[in-house]
Design a protein. Sequence first.
Length: 289
Amino acid sequence: MRYLLALLATFATLAAQAGPPQLLLDVARFRNLNKVEKGAEVEIYVTVPTQSLQYRQRAPKAFQSSALVTLDILKADGTSSYHEVINLKPPVLTDTTIVIKNPQSFLKRILLPDGKYTLRGTVKDQYKTANGETTVEKPLVLEAPTGPFLSDVVLLSRPAAKSGGDDNFARGGFRLTRAPGGSYGRGADNVFFYTELHNAPVGQALRVHYHLTTPDGSAADADATLTPQSGRPTSIAGQLPMGPLPDGPFTLFVEVYGGPGNKKLIAGHRAIGEHSAAEYAPAGAAVPR
């Protein structure tokens, strides 16, 4: 039986490595607080699952993979607004039959003027000659709505933690650990999230409503009270239990209500994620030490 399990693990690894490398791009748009040059601060969270990479033996009982990730942001006319190439070197493994390998993740924050762009990410497996490259493209529209509005909702793999640190993982006084691809896997019992409220009426306590729903009609709801800050965006960090929600896609709505009795919708945004209780989700990147 032990031999059979090892053989199945080997087949699973080889099958994963036979396909093209995978690339997950999570994009969140926040407003640039610079009053002189208005625009957006774009967060690009990149994840490369290492199961799909080819491993090469570097020494006895030492195997390693290598991948090049190229990030491009193109303007509407096709000219380049941002370009960077990152070389990823996952940790050395002593046994390539290990099916569960930690993904490689990193985050970039880029300031851009408002406008229409295309984000293009390419991952190239350094050790695979055939079927070794994957390209992902996403449209990117940056604009400042009039009146109160919410930034993009970021899905997190763990609760937003209070932090006074200043790095790419800190925003609005919180330390954020993304859920790559919005995926929640085995052992996940809550959806964690973060967003920011802009241009809200000051001096009035608002009602924030969280609504989690799936295509079959299953749902979870919660409410919270929020007092907007003056002259700066107001951070909103929360969580909702998965509860009996089935596997598959889900949609999280974050809505802010004001006016008499806090019954008027003044801002809202949504995020789409995926729940799979039988599989391990990619782990979020840790803060470098």
